[in-house]
Design a protein around this ligand. Structure first.
Ligand code: SF4
Length: 270
């Protein structure tokens, strides 16, 4: 490979990386195969450059894991401690009127170091009773999506809601309630630093993305929340009422799995 061609390829890759890099972390996630090819290319190019004393050393961005944000806890112990402290703060929160009707706050469930965070809108009756998000039939379906679909344990992901207290009679949260409660979600995400968010259902998606567009139109593209890539899919409760759309959710989940480099089980591809 001639050095000008090599430099041209490297420049193209750099352009691609700059165009697609995570805006906050300034990194790009590569599959192991692509990373191996780039490393091989880098080695070949370095060897060629070394042989050509007139050429400048070339550098190829390697696959990298996201760097922690400045000021964020860098180890899981500190992260867990910070999340525990936040959970205690939420448990005492009286910032909006939803505090009056709750049995308890519903903070989150799962791994504070999870690569993926599922976000729903608000706790329902079962969640309010148990203090855990996504329990009951809808919760079981989400668990099935995670375990049978993604091949993960529920404990390996992080599950939470935008709103931490149950709205009475499962009404939609009011804008003022979202405004008061959303900073807790933002802080959770800042501490967890997931690689991807999956917004579950219209209400969560519209709240996070500040839009009134229907889930059907939001789900086929990447979005971003707090600088984190976000995909939208249907809420498990909706899927219980509309089982035909489970196929679409599985398509959405496969996009996320591909992004995270999680192998899609044979025979389950779309
Ligand atoms: S919904 Fe959120 S802001 Fe309102 S009282 Fe509960 S924790 Fe506080």
């Amino acid at each position: 490979m001639s050095n000008p061609l090599y430099r041209e390829i490297v420049q193209d890759i750099r352009t691609l990386v700059e165009a697609t890099a995570h805006p906050r972390r300034r990194t790009i996630r590569l599959s192991p195969e692509v990373a191996a090819k780039l490393e091989a290319l880098s080695s070949a190019g370095s060897a060629a450059a070394a042989a050509d004393t007139h050429s400048e050393p070339a550098e190829v961005p390697a696959a990298s894991t996201p760097a922690p944000d400045p000021g964020s806890p860098s180890d899981s112990g500190a992260r867990e401690a910070a999340l525990d402290a936040l959970e205690k703060m939420v448990a005492m929160c009286t910032k909006c009127e939803l505090c009056h009707g709750r049995t308890q706050t519903v903070f989150a469930d799962g791994d504070p170091t999870a690569r993926i965070v599922f976000v729903g809108e608000a706790p329902g009756a079962d969640e309010d009773r148990q203090g855990v998000p996504f329990v009951g039939r809808a919760g079981q379906l989400l668990t099935d999506i995670i375990t049978k679909g993604m091949g993960l344990q529920r404990e390996e992901v992080y599950i939470c809601n935008v709103i931490k207290c149950r709205p009475p009679n499962n009404r939609d949260p009011k804008p003022a309630e979202i405004e008061q409660c959303e900073p807790y979600l933002v802080e959770q995400l800042r501490l967890i630093q997931p690689e991807v968010i999956c917004a579950l259902g219209a209400h969560a998606a519209r709240t996070l993305l500040r839009t009134n567009v229907a889930v059907g139109k939001l789900r086929d593209q990447w979005h971003e929340y707090c600088g984190i890539p976000l995909r939208v899919t249907y809420h498990p409760s909706y899927l219980l009422r509309n089982p035909a759309d489970k196929r679409k959710t599985w398509e959405d989940i496969q996009v996320i799995m591909e992004y995270l480099g999680i192998p899609i089980p044979q025979g389950k591809g779309s």
